[in-house]
Design a protein around this ligand. Structure first.
Ligand code: MSP
Length: 530
């Protein structure tokens, strides 16, 4: 039986518009989901919106609308952005949906009845103006509210707590038994050394200082703390605890399904420490893998709405196309490390990898097949020229290395294998010199073999690029005369696939960008003056 995958992004706060850092996380998750599906695996891909909390309540008040109206409008923008970026999610969970609220309340009750949640007192630094509690580190030595800059006071409020220490030893054992749970591995050491070893405090899981949240059923002065609310989305979306648990059984309970959470480095602690504890308290299975990606920086500091140094993905996609943006994000920033967005590198990447290497290879090949074979791709006749063998083994190796890298979420690396194949195919043109072969009638078979090998190289590269270049790869298939069905991944190893297909010359896949025009344009977008 085929293995299944359940893959998730974090659910984003609809406190303001999304920026390219959020688009980065969702796009990379989408690339992984698409690559699995294209290879014939069943994959359920979830994203969503984390709609409760003080910040949203405040932003709504400032705008003079209800919190629900406020999030409804912003979430519309999420849908549009994911549409624009061709995100292939199967579901979109909003934490204000009934299907979610009930699951959170049930989970809270279950933990309370089990004695894992108890009523106590929360002590911290309180900002009267923001009506928010802050920790020692957040207020610093001057005791200043990190949000409004006013002085904060020591205060306490009644709150529910989750007994973290009850689950510490089993969490450490879980890390030990599942070395692949947290990737990259350095994240695990960070969790242990920074948070677990110094001693975990019981986690406050309710608030009384604001009302925009899921009420605690047993005591409705309280709303459920936003992280217990948010993390539960991963199971509520599957119908856990509902009348129809079919999806939950298939994608969470079943051992045939691999559960993968993708998340940014800033929220590792919640996913790697508290989420497994909550699941254990509920008696549920833990995820198989949590992949922590780095943060996209802007001018050496984290891109964030509050700093106002964000890159808006909308105009970027509108101007350069969805493929260029998806490609840049996946290729330029090594998945798992921090990176920074740079207009110069954006233009350079598109020009060198997509316009010059990939687009040009397709363009040259289709032109030559038109010129030398009246548009008909010659049949595969084995290894005819002295260079065919090495190109064929490069194709085989590329497929294997690509699949292995993708399976391990080494997405950037997977793409570089395809780039290398494209470069190799371009070099093959220089080695075989088809223009010279064409002048000599006795070399007709060699020329035919070169065209067939080139067409197949482009097919394989396009197939492997497809999860990233969702539009251009399809155009390449069309130019090679392949139907959607023929282009299917099941044919990736079929050497005769291209035989006798008629090529269709099309527009260049990626027109070259002029850096002198485009770099200033993108800089302007980033300054927010657009
Ligand atoms: N709502 C919580 C997540 C709850 S998941 C159960 C949250 N939301 S968020 O909107 O602030 O961030 C969501 C994700 O976007 C996080 O994984 C975060 O790392 C990612 N990113 C936000 N800014 C980013 C960059 N500048 N770069 C890369 N990813 C970034 O946290």
């Amino acid at each position: 039986m085929k293995k299944r995958f359940y893959i998730t992004t974090p659910i984003y706060y609809p406190s303001a518009k999304l920026h390219i850092g959020h688009a980065y996380c969702t796009t990379l998750t989408d690339i992984f989901a698409r690559s699995k599906r294209e290879r014939g695996f069943e994959c359920y891909f979830l994203t969503g919106a984390d709609e409760h909390g003080l910040k949203i309540q405040k932003n709504a008040e400032a705008k003079g609308v209800t919190p629900q109206q406020f999030v409804d409008e912003i979430v519309e923008g999420f849908y549009k952005l994911w549409d624009l970026l061709k995100i292939s999610n199967d579901d979109f969970l909003r934490t204000t949906q009934e299907r979610h609220i009930k699951v959170v309340q049930d989970a809270f009750t279950k933990m309370l009845n089990k004695g894992d949640i108890y009523l106590g007192k929360y002590e911290g630094w309180y900002c009267r103006y923001c009506e928010a509690f802050w920790t020692d580190t957040q207020v610093g030595k001057d005791h200043i509210c990190p949000d409004c800059g006013r002085e904060v006071q020591r205060a306490e409020e009644e709150a529910y707590f989750f007994k973290t220490n009850k689950y510490v030893s089993s969490l450490l054992k879980f890390y030990e038994d599942n070395p692949k749970f947290l990737i990259p591995e350095s994240r695990k050491n960070e969790m242990i050394n920074t948070f677990i070893k110094p001693g975990l405090e019981d986690l406050c899981v309710s608030r009384t200082s604001f009302s925009w949240g899921i009420p605690v059923r047993e005591n409705n002065k309280h709303v459920v703390y936003v992280w217990l609310d948010a993390l539960t989305n991963y199971i509520s979306a599957l119908g856990y605890g509902s009348e129809n648990e079919e999806k939950y059984k298939k994608f969470w309970e079943s051992e045939d399904c691999e559960i993968i959470h993708i998340l940014g480095a800033d929220i590792t602690r919640f996913h790697a420490i508290y989420w497994p504890m909550f699941l254990e308290s509920l008696g549920l299975r833990k995820p198989d893998r949590e992949f922590v990606h780095g943060l996209l920086m802007m001018k050496d500091s984290k891109m964030s709405k509050s700093k106002g140094n964000v890159v808006d993905p909308y105009p970027l996609v509108e101007k350069y196309g969805v493929d260029a943006v998806r490609y840049y994000l996946a290729r330029e920033i090594n998945f798992g490390s921090d990176g920074s967005f740079s207009p110069e590198q954006f233009v350079e990447r598109i020009n060198s990898d997509l316009a010059n290497s990939y687009g040009n290879l397709l363009n040259r090949t289709v032109s030559m097949i038109n010129k030398y074979f009246e548009g008909k791709i010659p049949e595969y006749k084995g290894q005819v020229t002295e260079f065919d063998g090495s190109l064929e083994s490069m194709i085989d190796n590329t497929i294997k290395s690509y699949e292995n890298a993708m399976d391990d979420l080494r997405i950037t690396e997977a793409i570089t294998y395809v780039n290398e194949l494209v470069n190799r195919a371009n070099k093959y043109i220089d080695e075989t010199t088809p223009w010279a072969l064409a002048k000599d009638e006795s070399k007709k078979d060699e020329l035919a073999s070169v065209m067939n090998h080139l067409a197949r190289s482009i097919y394989v590269a396009s197939r492997l690029y497809h999860p990233v270049l969702v539009c251009a790869s399809d155009k390449a298939f069309t130019q090679l005369g392949l139907t959607e069905e023929e282009a299917n991944y099941v044919n990736i190893n079929n050497k005769n696939l291209l035989d006798n297909h008629m090529v269709n010359k099309g527009e260049p896949l990626f027109p070259r960008l002029d850096p002198l025009v485009e770099v200033p344009f993108i800089n302007e977008l980033m300054s927010g003056n657009n």
